[in-house]
Design a protein around this ligand. Structure first.
Ligand code: AAT
Length: 291
């Protein structure tokens, strides 16, 4: 409740807790899929929590949404068709829509309550839903991809929650196979891939699956202070076809491209951050096998 510090404990990060001071609880409800909580914090603005895991805060969401979006989209020439998996807050949509080359965006989010809550409490993120290029599908992404025509997308962004609850299947091989099918040759995938400090094994498992499924695989990371351990990573994959050099972006976005609705400037991403995101610490290079 108000004025108290909320401690986030989870088997995903055993033996530690992270904490944020609550100014005011704004919303708490159980959806068909998860517990949805929104509160105003003392120092990070509003916070969205699903099943006791912080999904975003107003202060640091830029570091996550801008990186998970522009790492893949700036790595290919004129992306046109994009799929977002999860991402019901709309933040990734907001970033995708900065790219004027984009003509069609599908989003498949399982939980309508996340979308409604974002529209009410996070207008700076939910603005992404207002773009006419965006097509919303409420449902399970596993199911959605089963019916997706082959080669439909230039890029897919998997902005999903941790693999406990509704996102469990999203880290398994059959799902990656359907993602690969849905991409055109040379198309790219960017997948949320946890913390190198906490989940090296999970990262290695996801990388192995991706290496069996895609032509090239890279790992990148960024800092998000309110995520456990303060960092989060991404797996970037490209399908066989025209080769993609993720580390040296060919489609810079610094020049503001958005439509009138997207007047917000980039806060985190630039071409230097893009390149730097692929530099990996020695221990991670040893523990994960990147070719
Ligand atoms: N944009 C940053 C927030 C997220 S949201 C992840 C979303 O994925 C949630 O809205 C959740 O409802 C949705 N989701 C989970 N499983 C599925 C599924 N099977 N199909 C479609 N959508 C799904 C990510 C934060 C990352 C936190 C890292 N610790």
């Amino acid at each position: 409740s108000s004025g108290e510090v909320v401690y986030f404990n989870n088997p995903m990060w055993p033996g530690e807790a992270h904490s944020i001071k609550v100014e005011k609880k704004l919303y708490e409800e159980k959806s068909n899929f998860q517990e949805v909580l929104v509160f105003e914090s003392l120092t990070y603005g509003k916070v969205l929590v699903l099943d006791g895991i912080v999904q975003l805060t107003e202060k640091d969401e830029c570091a996550y949404q801008e990186m998970i979006t522009h790492l893949p989209l700036c790595s290919i020439q004129s992306p046109k068709t994009v799929l977002v998996v999860g991402g019901g807050d709309g933040g990734v949509l907001r970033e995708v829509c900065r790219h004027s080359s984009v003509t069609h965006v599908d989003i498949c989010e399982i939980d309508k309550m996340v979308i409604d809550v974002s529209k009410k409490y996070f207008p700076e993120l939910a603005v992404g839903f207002e773009d006419p290029r965006v097509h919303l599908h409420v449902g399970d992404a596993v199911e959605f991809l089963r019916f997706t025509p082959e080669g439909k997308y230039d890029a897919i962004i998997v902005d999903s929650s941790d693999p406990v609850g509704p996102a469990q299947e999203l880290v398994e091989k059959p799902f990656f196979v359907t993602l690969a099918k849905a991409l055109r040759p040379g198309g790219v995938l960017c997948n949320m891939a946890e913390s190198m400090w906490l989940h090296t094994h999970l990262i290695q498992d996801m990388i192995s699956i991706c290496q069996q499924t895609f032509a090239s695989v890279r790992y990148a990371w960024t800092t998000v202070p309110t995520y456990p351990s303060g960092v989060i990573g991404f797996i970037l994959c490209s399908k066989e076809g025209p080769p993609v050099d993720f580390v040296n972006p060919i489609n810079p976005i610094e020049i503001f491209e958005g439509t009138a609705k997207y007047t917000r400037e980039l806060r985190f991403y630039n071409s230097e951050m893009h390149k730097a995101a692929f530099a990996l610490p020695a221990f991670l290079k040893r523990e994960v096998k990147l070719l």
